[in-house]
Design a protein around this ligand. Structure first.
Ligand SMILES: Cc1cc2nc3c(=O)[nH]c(=O)nc-3n(C[C@H](O)[C@H](O)[C@H](O)COP(=O)(O)O)c2cc1C
Length: 317
């Protein structure tokens, strides 16, 4: 027996209410039909030593599928080596296709669909992980890693967009039913979209139209590679979550553009990974020190502001 909306009801009846809810009815995402509307969202598993799938990753997603979800999403897979933000993270390349195929087969046996999140982390990396000076929408210094970052040249962007397309093809070969393009959380596409991280003076910076240009290039490649038989989801920010970042008004225009480009579903999210306390407070000592310096500076600024108000009040007396 349990309480449900103020009524004491027995478990059999409760299960009937739950199972009759719309949540457990099939849903179509473009060419794909899911058995129900629950999707395990992309959340980094850290189960890919050598940047390839492991038995642990397979078991994990098999058990999620066995739990009854409509679709499970294998978390962030980098479209190029330079897009890796952590070790034990997937990097899409031909030699991992057979391992991924075993994973999708196992998920399918349990009746769920399989999706994989594809992205590039842009400036949120370190040479020790991505093998080169991290690249981003603009050059600068990234406190998160912390590291200098090289802004991508305009002539490098078509090849970067093609890398997303190639990753979609590898996902199809691996048996995935869907791909989720990561365009949020301060990853590369998001770094182009956000006025806070895009300081470019060329046709990829400035107006929102220009800031969406790289995303448009990526979506062209992705939709062509996905063809008629794969669902394409895009994860995007509704708000970057700090002053000077992308706000709702612009996000709605981004969402409309993604709809026009043919995306079958949008995964709405928010925030910048590199500015989240969860990440900054965790790993390297250097990162913690640089974050502490950042907080101290902020505190000093707040103190100064508060103090100057007090002074102004005193002057008024
Ligand atoms: C441990 C952990 C790992 C995550 N890894 C990813 C990831 O790889 N890719 C991603 O897009 N989101 C990742 N997320 C974010 C979640 O998918 C989700 O977006 C987040 O929990 C907030 O929910 P919201 O997007 O509805 O606001 C992660 C979250 C957690 C807690």
């Amino acid at each position: 027996m349990r309480f449900y909306e103020g009524f004491l009801i027995c478990d059999v009846y409760f299960n009937q209410i739950v199972m009759n809810s719309k949540l457990f009815t099939p849903v179509k995402l473009g060419p794909l039909t899911l058995r129900n509307r629950t999707i395990r969202s992309a959340a980094f598993e850290s189960m890919c030593p050598g940047n390839k799938p492991s038995e642990q990753l397979l078991d994990y997603h098999r058990s999620v599928a066995a739990g009854g979800v409509g679709m499970t999403t294998v978390a962030y897979a980098a479209v190029t080596r330079s897009g890796l933000s952590f070790d034990r993270q997937l990097w899409m390349r031909p030699e991992i296709v057979s391992g991924l195929r075993r994973l999708t087969d196992a998920v399918h046996v349990e009746g769920a669909a399989a999706s994989i999140q594809l992205g590039h982390c842009g400036n949120m990396s370190h040479k020790s992980i991505c093998g080169c000076l991290p690249v981003g929408a603009s050059s600068g210094f990234n406190l998160y890693s912390p590291t200098f970052v090289r802004g991508l040249r305009a002539d490098e962007l078509p090849e970067m967009a093609r890398a997303y397309g190639r990753a979609v093809c590898l996902a199809r070969e691996s048996g995935f039913d869907a791909v989720e393009i990561h365009a949020g959380h301060g990853y590369l596409i998001s770094q182009f979209l956000s006025p806070a991280t895009n300081h470019r003076k060329d046709i990829f910076g400035g107006s929102l139209e220009n800031r969406m240009r790289f995303m448009d290039m990526v979506m062209d490649e992705v939709m062509t590679a996905a063809g008629n038989d794969m669902a394409v989801l895009v994860k995007m920010n509704m708000r970057d979550g700090f002053r000077g970042g992308m706000e709702l008004e612009e996000s709605l225009q981004v969402a409309r553009r993604l709809q026009q480009s043919g995306a079958h579903a949008l995964v709405l999210s928010g925030g910048f990974f590199s500015l989240s306390l969860l990440n900054i407070s965790q790993p390297t000592r250097l990162r913690r020190i640089s974050y502490a310096a950042f907080c101290l500076k902020k505190k000093k600024k707040e103190h100064k502001k508060k103090y100057s108000n007090v002074k102004a009040d005193k002057n008024q007396l």
